[in-house]
Design a protein around this ligand. Structure first.
Ligand code: SIN
Length: 521
């Protein structure tokens, strides 16, 4: 039997929770579907913090300028204006809802991260900012009886009828069978695709399913070539690439090569606080020069007491691996961290499909351009989560749901076979890392495309097909863009070229098209 609700929200990170609250506090019934535990999301893993204009020496104009510079000429200015101007209000609301950002003497403490001209990053419990925000949002969502949150409810595909998204097919965790649920609109907040790469700071669930589902339903995806690599993931054999927050460099940590030399002095006058793409490429160059697989993060200038309090999670995790951050050099290397590209939306989270809205890392709003400014992503999820909820509600006032029914967009692929899926994931991740990574060129990208073609020729499960499709979309866009900009570096076209100041737009069955802005459909 199919189900019916007012709105469906896919995902329970900051964007999904904020969208759900917006809908429910305006009287709508909301079904939130999340593929694992409610608190399992990229948001939960966010360490560094959230950028916001709240300190006395800061202004929205300065935050906007920093975002535009980091975005390397490709941000949609209107989207950035919305982010920085509305961000402050939404963060204040988050504080009213019980989020405990770190304070000193009753005042909020701001830290600094790369490419910010001011100390404007709020953090919580030192380096557990995302966890604290999710805690507060879940507590707030629990006060809304109209929000029904289903954990371990994996969405398989969207239901689109006469060009409108009217529901989803999901795996019912209780019945252990696929089921349809219909609604006036669907808000997609399923997170990013950092797991496309062999080395990633992201949780295992960041496989980009939402982007793939939207793509197969006919939505446009933009700027898929832009992937951000975080420079400092802990690199210990066999251990996951645990993030060593940029806030450590904000507090004075420096990078040293295998010979102990501080090397950022050779690459950029902003040193360790240069934009992430520059620091990541400098690290790769230095590892090549010294024939090693890591460089080292050094924060030994700071006292153990300070570090224990400021970075408790990092302190404990490193200790688990036998490292004392106040006395040891920490082996690090870059890892994929954030997907700037995603489902194309306007300023209100509207996608190219009527009835389908999106917010958070799954989207491309134009806020991040070619390279996201550190700590802007939680703010984006919050602001655009709220806006997409508001727009879904407003737009569907004139929608007559009648007798909603329809057929789910056929999920591509066979039944899941965990062992075969794992083999496909492993191969795709390796190809992405080696051929479509921090540095790309025509030869490496063509090689990757032919590998993906080979993989796709086999019978694949839905999960595996989604994954290869996304890898293919990133690679195609990276091949299309014949310049280097932000997170996309082509060694065969190493310079930025103003003729490429445009966005890539991809849609199923169509060649890549270009667009002057993300939001201007
Ligand atoms: C970090 O803590 O370094 C990550 C923050 C971010 O990616 O915005």
């Amino acid at each position: 039997m199919s189900l019916r609700t007012d709105f469906i929200v896919i995902g329970s990170g900051i964007a999904g929770l904020r969208a759900s609250i917006e809908l429910a506090q305006n009287g709508a019934e909301v079904a939130v579907l999340t593929k694992s535990r409610a608190s399992d999301s990229n948001t939960e893993w966010a360490q560094g913090g959230v950028a916001v204009v709240l300190s006395d020496d800061d202004t929205a104009e300065l935050h906007e300028d920093d975002t535009l510079v980091a975005g390397a000429g490709l941000c949609d200015e209107k989207a950035v204006e919305v982010l920085v101007n509305e961000g402050t209000r939404y963060i204040k609301q988050l504080i009213e809802w019980g989020t405990e950002f770190d304070q000193e003497g009753g005042k909020l403490v701001f830290t600094r991260e790369a490419a910010h001209s001011r100390r404007r990053i709020l953090h919580a419990h030192g380096d557990s900012t995302g966890k604290e925000i999710v805690r507060a949002l879940i507590a707030r969502a629990r006060q809304e009886p109209a929000i029904n949150l289903s954990a371990f409810a994996n969405t398989e595909s969207l239901i689109v009828e006469n060009g409108r998204c009217i529901g989803v097919r999901f795996l019912d965790p209780i019945l252990k069978a696929p089921r349809e649920i219909y609604a006036n609109a669907v808000v997609m907040c399923a997170g990013g695709a950092g797991q496309l790469y062999q080395h990633s700071t992201n949780p295992p669930g960041a496989t980009g399913d939402g982007m793939a589902m939207a793509f197969f339903a006919g939505a446009e995806l933009a700027d898929m070539e832009f992937v951000q690599f975080h420079p400092t993931a802990l690199n210990i054999a066999e251990a996951p690439r645990f993030l060593l927050s940029e806030a450590m460099r904000g507090e004075g940590a420096i990078l040293r090569n295998a010979h102990g030399k501080r090397f950022m002095t050779d690459y950029d006058e902003r040193l360790e606080l240069a934009p992430r793409d520059i620091v990541s490429r400098s690290i790769v160059a230095e590892m090549r020069k010294t024939g090693t697989r890591t460089v080292f993060l050094d924060i030994t200038e700071k006292s153990e007491g300070f570090l224990k309090e400021r970075f408790p999670k990092i302190y404990e995790t490193c200790k688990y691996y036998g490292l004392n951050i106040s006395s040891d050099l920490l082996p690090v290397s870059p890892a994929s961290h954030y997907t700037m590209g995603g489902v194309r939306t306007d300023l209100w989270g509207r996608t190219s499909i009527e009835g389908l809205y999106a917010a958070g890392e799954v989207t491309c709003t134009g806020v991040h351009g070619a390279n996201r400014l550190a700590s802007n992503s939680l703010l984006e999820g919050l602001v655009f989560g709220a806006r997409s909820g508001a727009a879904a509600l407003k737009d569907s006032k004139s929608f007559d749901p009648g007798d909603l029914s329809g057929k789910a967009v056929e999920a591509r692929g066979d039944e899941t076979s965990p062992t075969r899926d794992e083999a496909v994931f492993k191969r795709v991740k390796r190809v992405m890392w080696e051929r479509v990574g921090i540095t790309r060129d025509e030869e490496s990208l063509r090689h990757a495309l032919s590998e993906f073609e080979h993989i796709t020729s086999a019978n694949l499960s839905r999960r595996a097909r989604n994954f290869v499709t996304l890898a293919n979309l990133v690679t195609r866009a990276a091949l299309w863009r014949k310049e280097s900009r932000g997170g996309h570096f082509r060694s065969d076209y190493p310079d930025r070229d103003k003729a490429w100041r445009m966005h890539s737009v991809q849609r199923e069955g169509k060649a890549i098209s270009k667009s002057k802005s993300v939001g201007g459909f």
